[in-house]
Design a protein around this ligand. Sequence first.
Ligand code: SAH
Ligand code: SF4
Length: 385
Amino acid sequence: MTTAPADTRRDLIGLTRPELTEALAAAGVPERQRRMRMRQLWSWIYHRGVMSFAEMTDISKELRQALNQHFRIGRLEVVTEQISSDGTRKWLLRLDPDSRGQRHEIETVYIPEEDRGTLCISSQVGCTLTCSFCHTGTQKLVRNLTAAEIVGQIMLARDRLGDWPGATAEDPRGLPNAERKISNVVLMGMGEPLYNFDNVRDACAVTADGEGLGLGKRRITLSTSGVAPEIPRWGEEAGTMLAISLHAVRDELRDKLVPINKKWPIKELLQACRNFPGLSNAKRITFEYVMLKGVNDSVADAKELVRLLAKIPAKINLIPFNPWPGAPYECSDWEQIEKFAEVVNRAGYASPVRSPRGRDIMAACGQLRSESVKQRASARLATSV
Ligand code: SAH
Ligand code: SF4
């Protein structure tokens, strides 16, 4: 069997402003032209969604050819696309071969509402952490995603949703009635984004930039299980919105649910949140709290939650537990969620319960997982002969 030679051209997707300027220099673009060329390229790539240099009609033919020799505008490969009865979409995406020639897979989820759409993207293949209620946590970390692969999830979703000027979706069922189908991006897919800090930060910079994907920092939310020392740095270097997977109000229980708590317990985590740059009533931190039957869902827990967060500009998001095969928990009864929510509501937090979306296609919070495993050298040898 012959396979096509690997495309070694550099992917322009996900390169930051300085990286792209440097890449243009290496490709021989004179210094005085680089700023303008960067603008032109970004406009074609991120505002119009083109995938070939040939379409870039305001760039001379010679330069287009030169660019084509050095660069490509990549897309992730769709393995499957599933559409839930509630309109939620989930893509299983195959990554380009890594340095060992392995092609790993990740999941990306799109959650449409009437007038907006949220894309939930992954930051790692698998996760190093092992939160006991999370399906992703049962898949060992395979590797970090590159900035190209993080931004690539947004590009691919925009293709599939017809979210480019003049484009239409192949299957428009359930899409919002809004000019932009993706109005928000959340880093709540597979992986712990703060353990892939630099690549996630670079991807967010391109996503927020008005000349890049143009979403703005306030429409991007990073969710962390609580990597406390990186929280203030994230605020300084990326400045997006922040969500914290709190899930328990006592260290003893949080140690079990979110084991990173043993390293950075609740007090330290909340102190890091207080030090989040720009924190104000207009820029609140979201605290996520998964509702586990008989585990963390008592009214006493709700009262303690409200007490703990009293001096932090916060939103509270109660997430009904989403089941997965073999999960050791059940979702709290609706009645109990309501009782819990009432305490939270009375403390002044509006509409705190997140309605589960896409459960029928295993696309809801914490249900994502792919079959990718990190092969040991011996196993790779065994399969390659
Ligand atoms: N690793 C990051 C982001 C991904 S998880 C983090 O942990 O924050 C996104 C959210 O889904 C987190 O709040 C996570 O705790 C929650 N979650 C995980 N498994 C879940 C499940 N089975 N049901 C509901 N929420 C879950
Ligand atoms: Fe990893 Fe987040 Fe799942 Fe915990 S909840 S295992 S940090 S993806």
